[in-house]
Design a protein around this ligand. Structure first.
Ligand code: THG
Length: 369
């Protein structure tokens, strides 16, 4: 069965790396922040095995930056998230839930503190820029908010350190997790963080402008031939095994961070001035009544999960599966679901309705990676 194509247009933005992605034989894209995001090169399974053994270069330019610049940048950043940012220094990245006034998730980006008065918010797939601009304007804050032309390029996999050391120098091996530093590429300063949307280890290069895009892409491929470097993309199987959540899939603005299992990234008591504080203090006190859980689905490989699959116990609806894939390494279907408190204990047996086909499933104690 051949899937319908996506019609290209100016509205669906290309990236500084699109030329390289196309030359590498991209087979499928999704749309993320109105930008093309590759989803398949060889096959999702072949890409998965390669990611876990070698090293891949990912065009994740769709992780757009919302830049905050000015004397009140730090104050605005703290208004946006219930995570306490007081201990965060320039050079650090923080995974930060962003919530609205009801405590509903608006995005789950990575905040990059470039300096006291300059931040990047590396966003997931929702129009966060409009929310941030509205808040800054409404509060008459002394801060500029815009989307700079900054395109992350991820280098992920067990050989990422070796590849990056060849292109950016040995010192990059010393970079710690969720820290960034500035490295030289051909006389240009580039911000590089040790981070990325996989559990295989690696880096994210924040490429400023378009001109350096293909030169950096090409340098990585030229340096990594013997490391079997390939073009890749966030992998649908690996990220479920790892429990990395996908905004719009696994959570929406109907969910609180606590429901999403992101309570550990909230310090609502001490995050003074954050939007949604009262609402979150309530849910933090009572505890959520449903929460994200790893779920194994029995039997043969499941079809693509492109809508929520209801979860049942007996005749009662107790939640939904929001992401699922066959895992070759764990030889089971791995899934992420939102499950009601009454049925979220590890070992609970459930039924999942996959677009009309019923299957047995079980709540797991933890994610697979
Ligand atoms: N990198 C950058 N921007 C991004 C993503 C990214 N924007 C979109 C999307 N991914 C945002 N979502 C996530 C989800 C998980 C993580 C990062 C971004 C992540 N989580 C780790 C974990 O949960 O184990 C580590 C969190 C921590 O310890 O702080 O990395 O990938 N630039």
């Amino acid at each position: 069965m051949s899937a319908p194509l996506i019609s290209p247009s100016r509205r669906l933005r290309r990236t500084p790396f699109s030329e390289g992605v196309e030359a590498a034989g991209v087979k499928a894209y999704t749309v993320y922040n109105r930008m093309l995001l590759p989803t398949v090169f060889e096959s999702v399974e072949a890409d998965y095995h390669h990611l876990k053994r070698h090293v891949q270069v990912w065009d994740v330019a769709c992780e757009r930056q919302v830049e905050l610049r000015g004397p009140e940048a730090g104050r605005l950043m703290q208004m946006l998230t219930p995570r306490d940012l007081r201990g965060m220094t320039a050079g650090q990245c923080f995974y930060v839930p962003i919530v609205d006034e009801t405590g509903g998730m608006l995005n789950d980006p990575v905040a990059v503190k470039l300096s006291e008065d300059r931040w990047w918010i590396s966003i997931a797939d929702s129009d966060l820029l409009l929310w941030v601009k509205g808040i800054a304007y409404g509060w008459r804050m002394d801060v500029l908010v815009d989307e700079p032309d900054v395109s992350p390029l991820a280098v992920q996999g067990p050989k990422a350190d070796d590849l990056m050391a060849r292109v950016f120098g040995e010192s990059i091996r010393d970079l710690r997790f969720f820290r960034f530093s500035v490295y030289d590429f051909d006389g240009h300063d580039v911000v590089i963080a040790r981070s990325g949307y996989s559990k295989q280890g690696g880096f994210e290069i924040y490429v400023e402008g378009t001109d350096l895009g293909m030169p950096i892409w090409n340098a990585l491929f030229a340096a990594g031939e013997d490391l079997q470097v390939r073009a890749g993309c966030p992998n649908g199987i690996e990220r479920i095994e790892a429990g990395l959540l996908s905004y719009g899939n696994d959570m929406t603005d109907d969910n609180t961070p606590h429901e999403c299992g992101l309570g550990r990234f909230c310090n609502t008591q001490t995050a003074i001035g954050c939007i949604g504080r009262d609402a979150l203090l309530r849910v933090a006190k009572e505890g959520p009544v449903q929460q994200i859980r790893p779920i194994a689905i029995d039997g043969d490989p499941v079809p693509r999960c492109d809508r929520a699959w209801p979860l049942f116990a007996g005749g009662e609806r107790v939640g939904q599966v929001t992401s699922a894939a066959w895992s070759p390494d764990f030889e089971t279907n791995v899934a992420i679901g939102m499950v009601r408190m009454t049925h979220w204990d590890a070992g609970t047996r459930l039924r999942v309705d996959m677009n009309g086909t019923d299957r047995a499933a079980e709540v797991q104690a933890g994610f697979w990676l």
